[in-house]
Design a protein around this ligand. Structure first.
Ligand code: HEC
Ligand code: HEC
Ligand code: HEC
Ligand code: HEC
Length: 283
């Protein structure tokens, strides 16, 4: 009986639930691939105002580089050169996504499932649904999406809900983690360039980076208390380890250069000595 009931309940839910709940559940299918010209782009790049600016901003983004065009997020049918038909509900056009854009646009078809999963489990997702922020676009932007940095976060957006001092503290702490990640990465790159052992460091760096992404995307009290400390401990350890390996290689480099210089000096001295002895014996 239970099975039958669940099936009926599920079916009726599918028909009764309004479209936004589909968005909220992240069940939007992946975008269609353009068969011919991509008419979303073609039409929009001739438009004035926000409709056209979207194109020029998108062109500078990571998504443009990987050919992830307008419909990868918005949905719609890029093969139709008609603004209404292209956006028919059949093609799961999501418009601007409204308060569900984190899931319906950024999470369409399973894209960014990790960031979306973390974010929707944190307190900021409730806020996004209730107050319209903070969402993915508040930190990453919508169209000019580039490699994310803490400095993209606008503290004024955060201070509408948190005291200024706390926001400042959070940003300073995120920046300090970001700097350590960069420093360990730089050391690892140096070790790679010298063919030195770096796999263990790269693996642990990836772990720390994943924890950092968890912290930034969940951003709950628990994350800030526990995960942040865990990341800092891991990174301090990695910094020390990678730094000492870099120092050893630099020292070996110095010994190498000094040895070459000394050998060269010995040869020169020997040559001078030989020439002098030779010319003296001729006199
Ligand atoms: C023939 C021209 C044309 C085509 C093709 C077209 N659009 Fe549009 N689009 C427009 C215009 C004009 C607007 C401005 C609003 C309006 O007039 O409906 C717009 C508005 C939008 C908006 C803003 C919606 C809102 O709620 O504010 C989005 C997002 C969008 N288009 C994405 C797309 C995507 C994705 C495609 C391809 C699947 C596409 N467009 C295809 C002309 C077009
Ligand atoms: C990476 C995902 C992504 C891509 C790719 C993308 N958009 Fe958007 N777009 C968004 C999001 C998210 C919003 C909603 C922004 C917000 O709510 O502040 C949006 C908003 C818009 C709007 C409404 C702007 C406004 O201020 O009202 C238009 C128009 C639009 N997009 C058109 C396009 C066009 C045209 C392209 C292709 C060049 C495109 N988008 C590519 C994610 C994307
Ligand atoms: C409070 C600001 C903030 C919000 C809100 C936010 N992000 Fe991020 N995101 C960041 C920062 C900072 C990084 C950089 C992490 C790093 O340096 O590795 C990042 C990294 C990422 C990355 C690259 C790393 C990865 O996890 O794959 C993706 C993709 C991403 N975010 C997607 C999203 C999506 C989707 C949302 C909304 C569901 C979102 N972000 C919400 C700040 C934010
Ligand atoms: C619309 C309101 C709102 C905005 C905007 C907002 N937050 Fe929050 N934030 C909250 C709520 C609510 C919680 C959960 C508080 C709790 O669990 O006690 C939270 C939790 C946090 C936490 C966990 C620690 C704590 O104080 O609970 C941090 C850190 C945080 N937010 C930072 C930020 C940052 C940085 C920004 C700007 C990118 C931001 N918030 C924007 C409402 C907001």
């Amino acid at each position: 009986m239970n099975l039958k009931f669940t099936a009926i309940a599920a079916l009726s839910l599918v028909f009764v639930l309004p479209v936004p709940s589909l968005f909220a559940q992240g069940t939007l299918p992946p975008a269609m691939k353009a068969q011919k010209a991509d008419y979303c782009l073609q039409c929009h790049q001739t438009l004035a105002g926000v409709s056209g600016i979207a194109v020029s901003e998108w062109k500078k983004s990571i998504h443009a580089k990987s050919d992830d065009n307008c419909n990868i997020c918005h949905g719609g049918n890029p093969d139709l050169n008609d603004k209404k038909a292209a956006k028919d509900a059949r093609y799961f056009f999501a418009g601007k996504g409204g308060k569900y854009n984190a899931v319906s646009l950024c999470g369409r078809g399973g894209c960014h499932f990790s960031a979306v999963g973390l974010f929707t489990s944190g307190p900021h997702y409730d806020m996004l649904l209730k107050k319209g922020k903070p969402g993915c676009v508040d930190c990453h932007g919508a169209h000019e999406v580039v490699r994310p940095r803490v400095k993209f976060i606008n503290p004024q957006m955060c201070t509408t809900c948190h005291p200024e001092g706390e926001v400042e503290k959070t940003i300073v702490s995120l920046e300090s983690i970001e700097k350590k990640l960069d420093d360990v990465q730089r050391n690892a790159d140096y070790l790679i360039s010298k063919n030195a052992e770096s796999r263990d460091i790269l693996a642990k760096l990836a772990d720390a980076r994943n924890l950092y992404r968890q912290l930034v995307h969940v951003m709950s009290m628990r994350e800030v208390r526990h995960t942040r400390r865990e990341i800092e401990l891991q990174l301090d350890d990695l910094l020390a380890k990678s730094h000492s390996r870099v120092l050893i290689i630099r020292r070996l480099d110095i010994i190498y250069v000094v040895t070459i210089a000394l050998s060269f000096l010995v040869v020169v001295v020997f040559m001078i000595f030989t020439v002098r002895t030779f010319s003296r014996s001729r006199d």
